[in-house]
Design a protein around this ligand. Structure first.
Ligand code: PGA
Length: 261
């Protein structure tokens, strides 16, 4: 099957790291000075909401985009939603993209499809791009239910009213839950097959989703990234642990884009 050329991405999800604002700023400064001018794609980091403003400031005039890890489910831009930050607030301080549906949000916060739909709609309404994270658990994987689970997780896109107007603001990140933070990675051929199925399924929702980048995430590091980058079906990587050390993240990103050339 001929594959459409898609944008390429390396995204660092800092999760709830590092422990201080000073360390977060130091990490951003160290990443910023790495020379990414040669790359044929986009690099983005996603700090905690608490550090977001400072990291957006640090990354001014650099090639590195800054996004957030979550937005509130509520369409109110302000209000009585303790602990939440609205998409409008995120956009107003300069975030460009948000993760939605990361497996840690799904499992620790019991995020429902209804909430995920609301988050995506809020993000689009406020001009934020969405990295929709999907992935199967080990149990699903072992029972060969991966594709069913992923299709169910992707099917929420059918409910997004503004989808057609935001096709260039959508990325799908396939992250097997069992590969996140464990050092275990699936075979590249397995990921490739899953990505092909994701691509096929997206086309059943809207033909123009042919351009949606499909990223792999789960224990990606500077040593294994080349294998993933070699696949035409892997348009980028979403990186957790290995995005927290600047030179490792920079070397990972450079290897990814150099392999894609
Ligand atoms: P990991 O995390 O690279 O530490 O496995 C990836 C993710 O959760 O996005």
């Amino acid at each position: 099957m001929q594959k459409v050329t898609k944008n390429k991405w390396v995204i660092g999800n800092w999760k709830s790291n590092p422990s201080s604002l000073e360390q977060a700023k130091k990490l951003a400064k160290e990443i910023k000075v790495m020379n990414f001018s040669e790359i044929n794609g986009q690099i983005m980091v996603m700090p905690t909401s608490l550090h977001l403003t400072a990291i957006i400031d640090e990354m001014q005039n650099s090639e590195v985009l800054v996004g957030c890890q979550d937005v509130s489910f509520t369409s109110d831009s302000v209000g009585a939603y303790t602990g939440d930050c609205s998409a409008e607030q995120m956009q107003a301080i300069g975030a460009k993209w948000t993760l939605v549906g990361h497996s840690e949000r799904r499992s620790y916060h019991q995020e429902s499809d209804k909430q995920l739909i609301a988050k995506i709609e809020n993000a689009f309404k406020n001009g934020l791009g969405v990295v929709l994270c999907i992935g199967e658990t080990l149990e699903h994987y072992e029972k060969n239910q991966t594709l069913n689970v992923l299709q169910k997780q992707l099917s929420i896109l059918k409910e997004i009213k503004q989808l057609a107007d935001n096709l260039d603001r959508l990325i799908v990140a396939y992250e097997p839950v069992w590969a996140i933070g464990t050092g275990k990675v699936p075979q590249v051929a397995e990921v490739e097959n899953v990505h092909k199925s994701i691509n096929d399924y997206l086309l059943t929702i809207n033909n123009d989703l042919a351009k949606t980048p499909i990223l792999y995430g789960g224990s990606v590091n500077a040593d294994n990234v080349e294998n993933f980058a070699k696949s035409d079906w892997i348009d980028g990587v979403l990186v957790g642990g290995a995005s927290l050390v600047a030179d490792k993240f920079a070397s990972l990103a450079k290897t990814f884009f150099a392999t894609k050339k």
